[in-house]
Design a protein around this ligand. Sequence first.
Ligand code: TYM
Length: 331
Amino acid sequence: MDTVVSGIRPTGNLHLGNYFGALRNFIKMQNENNCYFFIADYHSLTTHPTPADLHGNVKSVLIDYLAAGLNPEKATLYLQSDLPETAELYLFLNMNAYLGELERVTSFKDKARTQPDNINAGLLTYPTLMAADIIIHRAHKVPVGKDQEQHLEMTRTFANRFNRLYNVEYFPEPVAYNFGEELVKIPGLDGSTKMGKSEGEGNAIFLNDDAEVIRKKIMRAVTDSGPTQPNQPKSQPIENIFALMKALSKPETLAFFEEEYNNCRVRYGDMKKQLAEDVIAFTQPFRDKIKEIGSDDNYLQKVVKLGRDKAHESASKTIREVREIIGFKPF
Ligand code: TYM
């Protein structure tokens, strides 16, 4: 049986990008694998959240995980900060991670550009912490979206380096996973190629957005002035609307608007109205469940405790063995 590990940073409620890139796969994988899904609250410290925001965001992600159908009896659901073994493994991995390779990571370069006043060591070593998350359970598969591909490559580098350095075959090589298909990248509503929390107002649709908010965001989505010749290549913003439709509308709906576009008859207003209704129908069950679970603090507490215990069992075994391999031997 494969071991599967993945996590999501708590920056608020999850959006459709998180869902299609990661969470949907978590749910599909939990039945047939040994799964560990966590909330990456250590990672979110790289952007300096306030204590109240941090706690609130962790709670939102936990509720979204459960509302989307993660089953804490099947998968191990836990908070990254409940597993200090991860921090210890991160320390070990950092001893064999080099400045040059860390500085070349695209996500580091992007962050250094977008938060020039806060280029902290946590940002630089983000990939070693992520590698620690994954190999602490000696994972084989990591369900993630396309933007995490480079981090997974780094994880393999660090895992292999550890094995080579100590002449062991201890860590498996984990791979980014999406059921044998290409990793996905869900675009934003503002014409940009990625839906993301930090991409700006109106870019993302969150699982807890209500119907009116969804309608407003989608009706304001960027479009162009329309095709002027049959089968004209699509501009990025239009490509994005089609991509969202492909992700969650019926195939007939997508085919209809493709045909309209290719014959220069498309009315973007109608297309967006249809997309908005499809998104509302798709997310309705999440909203209902979020309301139901969100008010049950007792249940949330139980889930966190159960996850902490199960995750700890696996992580403490790894850390014990890693310490031995490195040479920290008991007297
Ligand atoms: P994060 O929190 O930015 O995103 C969480 C997951 O959602 C996916 N995702 C997307 N997929 C498709 N289209 C999008 N627009 C989109 N936006 C986000 C991401 O690919 C990711 O799978 N570093 C990670 C969290 C992390 C982690 C780990 C993941 C920490 N440790 C260990 C896997 C394993 C991150 O910041 O993801």
